[in-house]
Ligand binder design. Sequence first.
Ligand SMILES: Cc1ncc(COP(=O)(O)O)c(C=O)c1O
Length: 409
Amino acid sequence: MITVDEMSTRAQRLLTTEEGRVAHNYHPLDVVVATGSGAVLTDVDEVEYLDFLAAYSATNFGHGHPALLAAAEAQLGRVTLTSRAFHHDQLAPFAEGLTRLIGKQMMLPMNTGAEAVESAIKVARKWGYQVKGVPAGRAKIIVAAGNFHGRTTTIISFSDDPLAHDHFGPYTPGFITVPYGDLAALEDAITDEVVAVLLEPIQGEAGVVLPPPGYLAGVREVTSRRQVLFIADEIQSGLGRTGRTLACEHEGITADVYLLGKALGGGIVPVSAVLADSDVLGVLQPGQHGSTFGGNPLACAVGRAVVDLLATGEYQQRASELGARMRERLDALIGRGVVGVRSRGLWAGVDIDPSLGSGRQLCEALARRRILVKDTHGSTIRLAPPIVITEAQLDHGLDQLEESLAELS
Ligand SMILES: Cc1ncc(COP(=O)(O)O)c(C=O)c1O
């Protein structure tokens, strides 16, 4: 990140125009991106940066992946939106590929991650009333402390992050929060009214927090035994990031419902989906749920191309191999500015010694070294470079992290 004074007049003008006209719901670094290719983002002054965030894992396949661009461009010239009032020729092949990849019978296409979460909440409640026999209006869903599932009013109702939650009430009832990773607390919270447990298999926004080994398997066992749906929010953890198609695979478990988003749209269009078997997703009948843009032809064409990339297994393997390399380098920084590292695949939460400064300050220092990364909470930063990053680029970014920490010490 060059300082604002060093920026071209054009870049400065863009920042000022944005500042006065766009709601301040984000606090972006002062970088004005103009183009992207692979793991490289280039700003309006033609300064190149390495992307170590990948749009919160939405650009897992890098910027401008040729196969994804080709799929989008081909569909742009055909038809882009029909609404679901009619059928189109991209939904069936997308559904066929995605259900095969994930191993579920059915999918519900939506757009953003939050919509997928909202959709799953509705499906779980209806399943609870219709299949489990919960009395009308009584359904409860168990969620974990530290969760992040999106920004709608219902979803922030069960967030314990004051920034996400406070001042936006009245809140949606029907959620019970238990500590993440505490199986006994989760089982204790289950009553006859509980229809689902909604969890991130790895908590991304919380700082790439992994549950204790065996936790997800325990959740699977207890939810099956108590007739409760296990909903895995894999919107950030899924689709290659952790070295597997789904983070749940690391624990050898299968959830009842998977939520996908972010990378499903290849960084081109918002595409999300709820996946489940027909005994669950089959509860939805015409008119009960929908979205004008959900499952549109352009989204499905890009989604099909994403599924094709993942079906090769190459990206999962690459994330796993590069992730091992990244982990080794990060572990070597413990005691040298880093106090904790958590990672799975090419995804790491790095806790910086708070005496060196905030995560934000480190991100600003890294941006000056042309590495783009984002803090999560306090002094934690999250590394999630596109999976197509080269070994040399990855090493370069980690060298810059090491040097920035040394500089701050
Ligand atoms: C686990 C998880 N669920 C849901 C969401 C919400 O996705 P979106 O921002 O597309 O609504 C996010 C976004 O960061 C996420 O990490």
